[in-house]
Design a protein around this ligand. Structure first.
Ligand code: SF4
Ligand code: SF4
Length: 387
């Protein structure tokens, strides 16, 4: 099976919001021109032949405006038909208008947005007024038939209110995808809001319990992904797969980076779409070599870990960006990954060990009392595409 090809398009690093823990926005960022989109199409024509997903990310991608999407989407879709492009967008929705929503709906684009829980918790982290502006955009997006899901960033502070946050998503019928706050490399106190690995691990186990307790009532995307990784022994989200060479991000000026997380950091530029670099040329750039060196480091240093096949050392950005590219370790979230992977493995083994091959007590009064849903139930549920 070919590795999915993912290209993130960053129309600008600008953003109208001022979230306290943000590490990527830049008020002086330029905007991507349609000429850069044409360069992307020309660059990708002969680059690869596997299906591609384009994700518009930022900063805030809706700052590019309706006209940008009205021109960019047909250029990408019709210019690269052999790559069967799919699209996605990650936005805070503040600038959503019926006009933009219409364009996105035409291409059936799923929308990822961000909300950190109930208004009081969200606005404390993301700024006064954020919650209402996002919900206003959400309503517009839904009215045009767009599918919207929210990422919830847990910080060192909000993790202490995890029950309230989970209840908010459950009560409002929202899918939950969690994101641990990362150290902000631009802030004077980079670690202030970052979620410590131990807390992240506890949070994942808590959400696994909640996913089982409220089975069928809520989808917790990370828990599903983690269970699927363990069951298939294969990473199926970028954090737990080797993303190098199969994921790239294009900054507003056409610069190519290993992922959106590096955009705006000149030392991580791999090339520019205007020069049509090959994958080999990109991977032999300084940034490309660092990404590949991380892969080798993981092979050597995680070799004894039971989870290496479906963890792959976690996210290279988390591991090497804070040290300026020097590889001093794997993703600092390693203890959290170990904790939840151990937990899922243990529960799966227990469930499989306890499940009789043939239900010997099916017609007997000794029939075992039916226990609640387990990890296998989540996996079966995914297989039947219930969510
Ligand atoms: S650097 Fe991290 S976030 Fe970016 S694609 Fe790779 S694993 Fe995903
Ligand atoms: S859990 Fe930690 S040691 Fe194991 S593969 Fe992942 S990063 Fe490496």
């Amino acid at each position: 099976m070919k590795t999915p090809f993912h290209v993130m398009l960053i129309p600008t690093l600008g953003c109208p919001s001022r979230c306290r823990y943000c590490w990527s926005s830049d008020v002086n960022s330029p905007r991507m021109s349609i000429d850069t989109i044409k360069d992307v199409v020309a660059w990708m024509k002969d680059l690869k032949d596997n299906q591609v997903t384009f994700t518009f990310h930022g900063g805030e991608p809706l700052l590019a405006g309706a006209d940008f999407y009205r021109e960019a989407l047909p250029l990408l879709a019709e210019g690269l038909p052999h790559l069967d492009p799919a699209f996605a967008i990650q936005t805070n929705l503040w600038l959503m208008t019926p006009e933009i929503a219409d364009v996105l709906a035409e291409y059936n684009i799923p929308v990822g947005s961000s909300i950190d829980g109930p208004k009081e918790i969200n606005d404390l982290q993301r700024g006064e007024g954020y919650f209402d502006k996002t919900l206003k955009g959400y309503k517009i997006a839904r009215e045009q038939g767009l599918d919207v899901r929210f990422i919830c960033t847990f910080t060192s502070e909000s993790v202490e209110r995890k029950e309230d946050i989970f209840r908010f998503f459950l009560d409002n019928g929202l899918t939950l995808k969690l994101h641990p706050a990362l150290p902000s490399l631009k802030a004077s106190e980079p670690e202030k809001y970052a979620l410590a690995p131990e807390k992240f691990g506890e949070l994942l186990v808590y959400l696994l319990d909640m996913a089982l307790e409220h089975f069928g009532e809520i989808e917790i995307m990370n828990i599903n992904d983690l269970c699927r990784c363990v069951f298939t022994r294969h990473g199926n989200v970028c954090t737990f797969a080797d993303c190098m060479g199969s994921t790239f991000a294009i900054g507003p000026d056409g610069s190519i980076y290993p992922c959106y997380r590096f955009v705006g950091m000149p030392e991580w530029v791999m090339g520019n779409v205007a020069d049509k670099p090959s994958i080999e040329e990109l991977m032999s750039s300084g940034a490309g070599r660092k990404m590949l060196a991380f892969k080798d480091y993981v092979d050597k240093n995680c070799g004894g870990c039971a989870h290496i096949r479906y963890c792959r050392g976690g996210c290279p950005y988390n591991a090497i960006a804070p040290s300026g590219g020097e590889i001093c370790g794997v993703d600092p979230h390693c203890p959290a990954y170990k904790r939840i992977f151990d937990e899922i493995n243990d529960r799966l083994n227990t469930e499989m060990f306890e499940a009789p091959a043939v239900d010997m007590y099916a017609f007997s009064s000794k029939r075992k009392k039916k226990s609640g849903p387990g990890v296998m139930s989540l996996i079966q549920d995914m297989a039947f595409n219930r969510f």
